[in-house]
Write a protein that binds this ligand. Structure first.
Ligand SMILES: Cc1cc2nc3c(=O)[nH]c(=O)nc-3n(C[C@H](O)[C@H](O)[C@H](O)COP(=O)(O)O)c2cc1C
Length: 184
């Protein structure tokens, strides 16, 4: 197998669930956002939008956009909303897509992956948070700030926290399953 910086980044990325207090610099943030724009996407529609939530007002708006706890046994005794503390990360990126664009979700998911890898390559950590992608805007009350959070006609697909890992030397990669390929 060939190894290079790109392959190393891919294999070293892990879901980081503890962050330090170090802020993400503007340059770091710009690097991550820029990487997302280079993802493949259907018909080159680039129908994504990246919302950076970093102020306390922004956090409050997004938190209040998570409606009441759904009646889902999978959520069990989880506090609601989960991950309200961003797991200590200074910011979250919410990736949304234009609902009218063809195959929008495919491009949006790849863009999120590109951003996560770009973050890894500059020493930042990320972790996906389902609470902020699956549970937003489910009733009138929780849609109050929707047009401030993302463009009209867009819906959320991915949310991930971004920050400096609490332990920069942590190696928390999970073992990968083998035998997931075949050749015809
Ligand atoms: C669709 C999706 C939803 C996820 N939701 C969460 C989540 O809500 N909270 C969390 O801590 N991790 C979440 N993750 C991260 C996965 O748990 C993680 O990627 C997986 O266990 C593999 O570990 P790794 O990312 O460290 O390689 C999610 C990942 C994906 C792709």
């Amino acid at each position: 197998m060939i190894t290079n910086e790109t392959i190393k980044n891919i294999m070293e990325r892990y879901s980081c669930r503890e962050y330090s207090n170090d802020p993400v610099t503007d340059e770091e943030l710009e690097t991550v956002l820029e990487a997302g724009k280079y993802a493949p996407n259907a018909k080159n529609n680039q129908a994504w939008h990246f919302t950076v939530i970093k102020t306390s007002e922004g956090r409050e708006k997004v938190l209040s956009s998570i409606g009441p706890k759904p009646d889902d046994p999978m959520l069990g005794d989880l506090p609601w909303p989960p991950d309200a503390d961003y797991r200590g990360a200074p910011l979250m990126i919410l990736v949304s897509g234009d609902e009218s664009a063809r195959f929008v979700e495919d491009g949006v998911f790849i863009a999120a992956g590109y951003m996560m890898l770009a973050a890894q390559s500059i020493g930042l950590g990320t972790v996906w948070s389902t609470s902020f992608s699956k549970y937003l805007f489910r009733d009138d009350e929780s849609r109050r700030y929707k047009n401030e959070i993302m463009p009209e006609g867009y819906r959320p697909y991915v949310a991930f926290f971004l920050g400096h890992p609490a332990d920069p030397k942590a190696t928390q990669q999970k073992p990968r399953k083998d035998n997931v390929s075949r050749y015809l």
